[in-house]
Design a binder for this molecule. Structure first.
Ligand code: NAD
Length: 434
C-alpha cells in the first residue's frame, strides 16, 4: 500500500516555519490560485467535457465561476476575518480582557467527489488556504482528466510541502487517512463519510462531512407552477441530475399534479430542445456502473416523460416517473441522476411525518407563496439548507453557510464559514497586575 508519511512530514516541517500563517502569504496564495485557474480555464473546461460531457457554459457557471467568486469574496474579507476579536468579559472575572484568536489547524486533508470535480476540490482548498493551513487534496478517480489538471495547476504554482494533489483510488484515500492530519474535509457519499469519520477518530482529528441524501421538493397547491417547473427542471437536470443538492423527488399537492407535470415537460424541452438525445451539451452519467444503477429505476411507476437511455454514451434522458410510492426502490437511496419520481399528497402533515421519519435531507425546496406553509415546513423538518420558490441557489451565496445535518453531513463552509471551518478559535483571557 502507498505510504504518505514522508509527504506529511514534509508538510509538517513547512507548516512549522510559520509562513502559512502570514496574512500576506495567504492573500498571495489566493491571488496566485485565482490567476492559475484563469490561465488554465480552457484546459479545465476541456477536462470537464471529457470526464462528464459538461458544456462550456454549464462547466463555467457551476464549477469555475463558483470557485473564482469564493476566492474573490475571501480576498476582499480575509484580513478582517483573521483579526483577533475582543469579546466581553463577565464582571465575575474582575478586570480582564477576552480575545479570540483564529489560528490555523495545521495540516489538512481534502477528499473530493467526481460530480463537480473542480468546485468541490478547490472551494474547500480556498478555505484551507484562507485559514493558513497546508493541504493535501485527493480528487476523485472517476474524473481522471480533471484530476490531472488539478495536479498540474497546483504543482506548477505551489511547493508540495505547502499544497499538493494526490491522485488515486480508494486505496490512496485509505493510505492518506492513516496519517495524522489536523483537519479533514470530506465531500462524498454517506457510507464513505462513515469510513472517513472512523479513520479520523483514530487521531481525534476534527472534520467536516459534506454528504448526500434524498432532498425533497415540495410543490404546494398555491404555487406558481410555471416558475416552479422552470426552477425544478434546472435544478434537477443540471449535470444530468448528478448534483448533491438536486431535488431528489417531488411531493406535489394532488390538486395541481397534472398541471405541474405538463409545465415540467415544457420546461425540460425549453432547456434541452425537442429531442434531448441530439443535444450535444447534455452531460453524461459518470460510469457504466452508475448508468446501470440508474437504469434499473426506469421500470418503476409510469414514465410521464423521458425514459430513453443509450449505454454507448452513458446517456439517460431527463425522466419523470409518475405514480411512485414511498415503497418503490427509487425512494430508498439518493438517486443522483436525471430521474424525478413524483408522489402526491393531500395533507402537509402527512409528508412532514414521512420526511421526518427518514434520514435528514441535505436540501429541501418549497414551492408555495403561503408563509404559513413555508414556516410549517421549515419549522418541522430538519435538513441542511434549501430554498423557497427556487432550487440549488442557496449553495452559491457566500453569506449562507452550506452543509448537511445528521446523515447528510456535519459542519459547513462557503464565505466566512469556510475560514472559520479551517481555523481553530483560540480563546484567551488577559489580565494585567497593574
Ligand atoms: P464517494 O463517497 O464514493 O467518493 C468520494 C471520495 O472518497 C473520492 O475521492 C473517493 O476516492 C473517496 N473514497 C471512496 N471510497 C472510499 C473509502 N472507502 N475510504 C476512503 N475514501 C474513499 O462519493 P462520490 O461517488 O464521488 O460522490 C457522490 C456522493 O457525494 C453523493 O452521495 C453526493 O450526494 C455526495 N456529494 C455531496 C456534496 C455535498 O456538498 N454535500 C457534494 C457533492 C457530492
Amino acid at each position: 500500500m502507498e505510504n504518505y508519511e514522508s509527504l506529511v512530514q514534509k508538510q509538517r516541517a513547512f507548516y512549522r516555519t510559520g509562513q502559512t500563517k502570514d496574512i500576506h502569504f495567504r492573500l498571495n496564495t489566493l491571488n496566485k490560485l485565482q490567476q492559475a485557474i484563469q490561465q488554465e480555464e480552457k484546459e479545465i473546461l476541456a477536462a470537464l467535457r471529457k470526464d462528464l460531457n459538461k458544456s462550456e457554459k454549464e462547466a463555467y457557471s457551476s464549477e469555475i465561476r463558483i470557485v473564482l467568486e469564493e476566492i474573490k469574496f475571501t480576498l476582499d474579507n480575509l484580513e478582517a476575518w483573521a483579526l483577533p476579536k475582543e469579546v466581553e468579559t463577565p464582571d465575575s472575572l474582575g478586570v480582564a480582557t477576552s480575545v479570540i484568536y483564529p489560528e490555523p489547524y495545521g495540516l489538512t486533508l481534502i477528499i473530493a467527489p467526481w460530480n463537480y470535480p473542480v468546485q468541490l476540490a478547490l472551494a474547500p482548498l480556498v478555505g484551507a488556504i484562507a485559514g493558513g493551513n497546508c493541504a493535501i487534496l485527493k480528487p476523485s478517480e472517476f474524473t481522471p482528466t480533471t484530476a490531472a489538471i488539478l495536479t498540474k495547476l497546483i504543482k506548477e504554482n505551489f511547493p508540495e510541502e505547502y499544497l499538493t494533489v494526490v491522485e488515486g483510488e480508494v486505496e490512496t484515500s485509505t493510505a492518506l487517512l492513516k496519517e495524522k492530519f489536523d483537519y479533514i474535509f470530506f465531500t462524498g457519499s454517506t457510507p464513505v463519510g462513515k469510513v472517513v469519520m472512523e479513520a479520523a477518530s483514530k487521531h481525534l482529528t476534527p472534520l467536516t462531512l459534506e454528504l448526500g441524501g434524498k432532498s425533497p421538493c415540495i410543490v404546494h397547491s398555491d404555487a406558481d407552477l410555471k416558475g416552479a417547473a422552470k426552477s425544478i427542471a434546472r435544478g434537477k437536470f443540471l449535470n444530468a441530475g448528478q448534483t448533491c443538492v438536486a431535488p431528489d423527488y417531488l411531493l406535489v399537492h394532488s390538486s395541481i399534479k397534472d398541471q405541474l407535470l405538463n409545465e415540467l415537460k415544457s420546461a425540460v424541452t425549453a432547456l434541452y430542445g425537442e429531442d434531448i438525445a441530439k443535444n450535444a451539451d447534455y452531460p453524461r452519467i459518470v460510469t457504466e456502473k452508475q448508468f446501470n444503477r440508474l437504469s434499473a429505476f426506469l421500470s418503476e411507476g409510469t414514465t410521464f416523460f423521458g425514459g430513453r437511455t443509450d449505454v454507448s454514451r452513458l446517456f439517460i434522458e431527463p425522466t419523470i416517473l409518475d405514480h411512485i410510492t414511498w415503497d418503490d426502490v427509487v425512494m430508498k437511496d439518493e438517486i443522483f441522476g436525471p430521474i424525478l419520481p413524483v408522489i402526491v399528497y393531500d395533507e402537509l402533515s402527512d409528508i412532514v411525518d414521512t420526511i421526518t421519519s427518514r434520514p435528514k435531507p441535505l436540501a429541501l425546496y418549497i414551492f408555495s407563496n403561503d408563509v404559513e406553509v413555508q414556516n410549517q415546513l421549515i419549522g418541522q423538518i430538519s435538513f441542511g439548507g434549501g430554498c423557497i420558490n427556487e432550487t440549488l441557489a442557496h449553495l452559491t451565496s457566500p453569506y449562507l453557510p452550506f452543509g448537511g445535518v445528521g446523515e447528510s453531513g456535519m459542519g459547513s463552509y462557503h464565505g466566512q464559514k469556510s475560514f472559520e471551518t479551517f481555523s481553530h478559535a483560540k480563546s484567551i483571557l488577559k489580565r494585567t497586575f497593574k
